[in-house]
Design a protein around this ligand. Structure first.
Ligand SMILES: *Cc1c(COP(=O)(O)O)cnc(C)c1O
Length: 386
């Protein structure tokens, strides 16, 4: 057997739509699929509009720049995330202020944020002045870890109290809701950003999107990603980017979107299988699952509770020997070379947690046979060693 961790499921109309691109010669950034795909993303986000981009990283960067974030600004983000979250902040000109996560759901610890803002920042013209660095805190960027729902009402409340913006890194959370059950863009946050990279629940090959209820922000992002062009001719009013999505990518994305509910159903079933498995072994626990809202289980697997962390490496090696693709999870940002000097809170939860999180194969196209093979291999290892 050879069971990949997370690969695209191209069982829909991808080929048909790509063929239409070729036949119409709309293979670049003009073409009908771009707008159609953006509309679907806006619908599922509960916003009037959305802009599609060439990656999720760029979507985050553009949301920040669209909100006027730049040099001498700070963006609060979790350290337990994929490095793109932090990179997008730096690309915007700002710096990350890295926070520990909550044990309960592996997303930002909101009590810690409120406490740090209260103790280490004061009023500023915009946002909050961070005393020690004298930079301005402008944005909180919650990451919906593995697709977990978040309490966006609490974020919006913090943003109101401290004059901040909220940009949600929902890279892997398309189709989810907040704790209140609302689509992510309908909760009062400034922007929701998605990724359509090949390992996400739906893919456009590569791509991303910014959804926002703020039409002014959507206009700004749209202008920023398309060279700052004004009108039909070669007139440009800002130094901008070419970060657009092509019609080819949007064709794949739209075909994928048509199967979103099917894919989300499969992700949920896979997560339930691993949760049930984990509860049968003393050394393991299921991934946490927020009690409210709709989580979308982009990745699922087991977490290791034991004291011998080398056991995780032995488990990964054993799975790989059986042809099951298991790898270490995200190394936290504060442990990464480019961020070794980044401003941060103490990280007891993140440091303890990250090596214990073991994602297991969760492609939406995984067969029952492959899933059972994986479940049996996991049980065999922990049954013998756990
Ligand atoms: C995938 C991902 C991104 C980046 O998206 P790309 O499309 O790969 O640029 C950002 N944040 C998180 C949490 C992700 O999982």
């Amino acid at each position: 057997m050879n069971i990949p961790l997370a690969v695209p499921n191209l069982s829909g109309r991808e080929g048909e739509y790509l063929q239409q691109c070729i036949e119409s010669s709309f293979v670049s950034t003009a073409g009908p699929f771009v707008g159609e795909f953006a509309n679907r993303i806006a619908d599922v986000s509960g916003t009037a509009s959305a802009v599609v981009t060439c990656s999720g990283t760029v979507a985050l960067q553009m949301a920040l720049e669209g909100l006027g974030v730049g040099t001498n600004d700070l963006v609060i983000a979790p350290s337990l995330t994929f490095i793109a979250t932090a990179n997008a902040i730096v690309h915007s000109g700002a710096k990350p202020w890295l926070f520990d996560v909550s044990e309960d759901d592996w997303t930002l610890d909101l009590d810690l944020i409120a406490d740090e803002l209260e103790r280490n920042t004061g009023p500023a013209e915009r946002g909050r002045r961070h005393f020690e660095s004298s930079a301005c805190v402008r944005v909180i960027m919650p990451v919906m870890t593995l697709g977990a729902s978040v309490d966006l009402d609490r974020y919006v409340e913090l943003a109101r109290i401290y004059d901040l913006h909220i940009v949600v890194d929902a890279a892997a959370a398309i189709g989810g809701t907040d704790y209140q059950g609302r689509p992510l863009g309908a909760s009062g946050v400034d922007a929701v950003c998605y990724s359509f990279n090949g390992n996400k629940t739906i893919t456009s090959g590569g791509g991303g999107a910014v959804a926002s209820a703020d039409d002014d922000l959507i206009q700004k992002v749209s202008h920023l990603i398309s060279t700052g062009r004004v009108g039909e001719n070669y007139d440009h009013d800002i130094v901008a980017y070419n970060f657009r999505m092509t019609n080819l990518e949007a064709a794949v994305g739209l075909a994928q979107f048509e199967q979103l509910d099917v894919f989300l159903g499969r992700k949920l079933a896979i997560a339930a299988s691993y949760a049930e498995l984990a509860s049968g072994f003393e050394a393991l626990a299921p991934f946490p699952h927020p009690p409210k809202g709709k989580s979308v289980f982009w990745f699922s697997g087991v977490q290791y509770l034991g004291s011998d962390i080398d056991e995780v490496d032995r488990f990964i090696a054993s799975m790989r020997t059986s042809g099951i693709d298991v790898r270490p999870f995200w190394k936290p940002i504060h442990q990464q070379i480019p961020y070794s000097d980044a401003l941060r809170t103490p990280m007891p939860v993140t440091d303890r947690l990250w090596r214990r999180i073991i994602p297991l194969p969760c492609s939406t196209g995984i067969t029952d046979n492959e899933l059972n093979f994986t479940l049996e291999a996991v049980a065999r290892f922990w049954g013998g060693n756990g």
